[in-house]
Ligand binder design. Structure first.
Ligand code: GAP
Length: 474
């Protein structure tokens, strides 16, 4: 039976909350709670066979868009553990703090800025200790040293950005770059979050996609922030995010980080069920010349004293045309891989319900992000010729796209499974295929079926796997 007949006029429903995605993610092999065999580890998650593909596709889409398609951005991959002095001069050792308070009644410990109406979220009391700073950089020790040797202390990076700043001159000189240009990096960052939670939204180990765009001190910095906000809105549109689920937050002065003169956060509707549904997806900050200046040996303070007596380099730039030396300013779009993945899953989630109230989940992922692009399904698994042909098609598609062969159920079940994990195309090999050298290609979103010659299949699929066009509303 054809599914569209079975379902009559379907009703689509987007993900009503994060829990719906947690359940789908575990059921279908996207994300598992970490260390489950030992009772888990709070707020740590492992990416399964489909989750790792989805994350990789997000990162590759980002890298292609910035590093390959533009001509003004280079990529790097710096160490996670850097010289401790990097974090001294970046300001993280002194200021990368959450403010903690303890409830005197129930001894619960909370972030001071998250307390509503001065009431303890556990017991409702309002008897608090003084707020005190808690540095959220994760510490480790390097080498076989004594436990109390202070010189062995090192940090796991809390942002990828600093690895870019300290390599500014290396990249600029080796790639012979002139301003403006950017450096992109994607990789793991770590923060000892006091209150992690909400699935992969806030974890202690996460991945960032950061780009530092270096410009002259006289550039129009605020306009450049707006420019990058627009660029990212377009990019998120191409990943399939609905503009209505994105919201721009102009960060007020008192909330700005120590290095920022202006920051705009792109928020996503992670909590559609709540009165306040928005949470940060990414931020776009004008970091001024703070970072290059602070890591430079020649930068002086107001009294003419060297700001950084430990640095051996000067990360300034000589502008040939203007015959001037200066510290470039930076516009930084900083996005989270995991938060992008969660937003993509929430926006792609849809349910079709028929007249009888039966529901199917369809993950309408942008084809470029789908973990599997095509599933090859034999209509009769007891017919060696059909199975052989299906497996040969899978092998022939593999060099150009991610394809799988599946014969572990009836065709209806196989279609439903692929819909639920977002596979854009199901390809069925049937008895007629043996004669006409053609297969049926079924579209995930419309359930329409087309007969395509095997010889034309790879080209046909590749044409249809392009990113979504940017919606007109953006
Ligand atoms: N270099 C600037 C910077 O790190 P941020 O706003 O602290 O800025 C950028 O982080 C992005 O990294 C956030 O918008 C978010 O997407 C992601 N991120 C930050 N902390 C995170 C956490 N604990 N868990 C998951 N993602 C996180």
């Amino acid at each position: 039976m054809c599914f569209s007949c079975f379902f009559g006029n379907p009703v689509f429903v987007a993900a009503p909350n994060i829990d719906t995605i947690v359940s789908l993610a575990k059921r279908r092999g996207f994300v598992f709670p970490s260390s489950e065999v030992y009772g888990g580890l709070g707020s740590a998650w492992d990416y399964g066979p489909l989750g790792v593909e989805l994350c990789n596709n997000v990162k590759q889409a980002w890298w292609r868009w910035l590093v390959y398609e533009r001509d003004d951005i280079e990529g790097i991959d710096s160490s996670i553990i850097l010289n401790r002095l990097v974090w001294k001069y970046s300001g993280h050792e002194a200021t990368f703090n959450d403010w903690l308070i303890d409830c005197r009644k129930c001894k619960g410990r909370f972030r001071a800025d998250k307390i509503v109406d001065n009431k303890c979220p556990s017991c409702g009391a309002s008897d608090w200790t003084e707020a005190r700073p808690f540095n959220t950089m994760l510490q480790t020790k390097l080498g076989a040293v004594a436990d109390d040797d202070p010189t062995a202390l090192a940090y796991l990076r809390p942002e990828t950005a600093q690895g870019i700043f300290i390599n500014f001159l290396n990249v600029q000189t080796t790639m012979r770059r002139k301003l403006p240009f950017g450096i992109a990096q994607v990789g793991k960052s770590f923060r000892n979050e006091v209150t992690p939670g909400n699935f992969i939204l806030r974890t202690r180990e996460f991945e960032q996609m950061e780009m530092e765009y270096f410009v002259s001190p006289t550039a129009e910095h605020s306009k450049l922030v707006d420019y990058w906000v627009e660029q990212y809105l377009e990019w998120f549109g191409s990943l399939g995010l609905n503009r209505e689920n994105l919201f721009l937050y102009e960060v007020p002065g008192e909330e700005l980080a120590h290095y920022s003169k202006r920051t705009v956060d792109i928020m996503y509707r992670y909590f559609p069920e709540r009165e306040k549904p928005w949470e940060e997806l990414m931020g776009i900050a004008w970091r001024t010349d703070f970072d290059l200046g602070t890591h430079s040996k020649n930068k002086l303070d107001a009294e003419g004293k060297r700001l950084n007596p430990d640095s051996t380099e000067d990360l300034s730039y000589f502008d040939e045309a203007a015959k001037q030396r200066f510290y470039p300013h930076v516009i930084e779009p900083a996005a989270g891989v995991n938060r992008t993945v969660l937003a993509v899953l929430m926006d792609a989630y849809s349910e079709k319900t028929n007249d009888k109230g039966e529901t199917r989940v369809i993950l309408k992922l942008s084809p470029q992000l789908a973990p599997i692009k095509a599933a090859i399904l034999p209509l009769a698994k007891n017919k060696p010729e059909i199975v052989g042909m299906a497996k040969a098609i899978k092998r022939s598609l593999q060099p150009v796209l991610r394809a799988v062969y599946d014969d572990t159920g009836g065709i209806g079940k196989l279609y439903a499974r692929q819909d639920e994990i977002g596979t854009p195309f199901c390809i069925t090999v049937d008895h007629q295929s043996l004669e006409d050298e053609a297969v049926t290609v079924r579209d995930r979103d419309t359930w329409e079926q087309e007969r395509i010659k095997v010889a034309d299949l790879a080209e046909h699929l590749q044409k249809r796997l392009k990113p979504y066009p940017v919606p007109e509303s953006i």
